[in-house]
Ligand binder design. Structure first.
Ligand code: HEC
Length: 135
């Protein structure tokens, strides 16, 4: 009896460890390299950053906080991992979401609006150096 319990506990622990390994993988690791290297056509545009700020306030701030720095339901978007994300990677994450973990996909927003949000997120609203493409 004791033996069976120990085995069940071991199996449960193994299962939990595996689940954590899967969930713990950063979404950045799952961005396809082609998507990651896609350049932001609106990268240098100040107008795009401003439009992106409005879009962020409307669609994202409820979960990610108005400044993109706070912590509501979503993570802080200026986290170390994200500050190294390329514009293309951010675009991919926004387009596809991380559905299992509560980040909705935004593919229904027109592409230029998604790029505007990327411009906002990478335009000094985050106190990080300019994002460099991940290898
Ligand atoms: C319903 C709540 C919700 C909304 C609205 C939302 N997000 Fe998220 N977002 C999340 C959650 C929760 C996560 C964390 C998912 C995870 O744990 O991997 C996330 C993750 C992210 C990430 C990856 C962060 C990281 O550290 O890996 C980015 C980038 C992101 N969101 C951008 C946006 C943008 C841009 C918008 C608006 C277009 C938006 N989100 C709208 C809930 C939301």
């Amino acid at each position: 009896m004791k033996h069976r319990f120990a085995r069940a506990a071991l199996l449960a622990a193994l299962f939990a460890a595996q689940a954590m390994a899967v969930l713990g993988t950063s979404v950045l690791c799952r961005v396809p390299s082609k998507a990651r290297l896609r350049p932001n056509p609106l990268q240098a545009s100040r107008a795009a950053a401003q439009a992106g700020a409005k879009l962020f306030a409307r669609h994202c701030a409820g979960c990610h906080a108005a400044s993109a720095r706070g912590r509501y339901r979503g993570p802080v978007l200026n986290s170390a991992a994200l500050s190294h994300a390329s514009p293309g990677a951010l675009f991919w994450i926004i387009s596809n979401g991380i559905v299992r973990r509560g980040m909705p996909p935004w593919s229904r927003l027109p592409e230029p609006e998604r790029w505007q949000i990327v411009t906002f997120l990478t335009s000094g609203s985050r106190p990080s150096p300019a994002p460099t493409p991940l290898r």
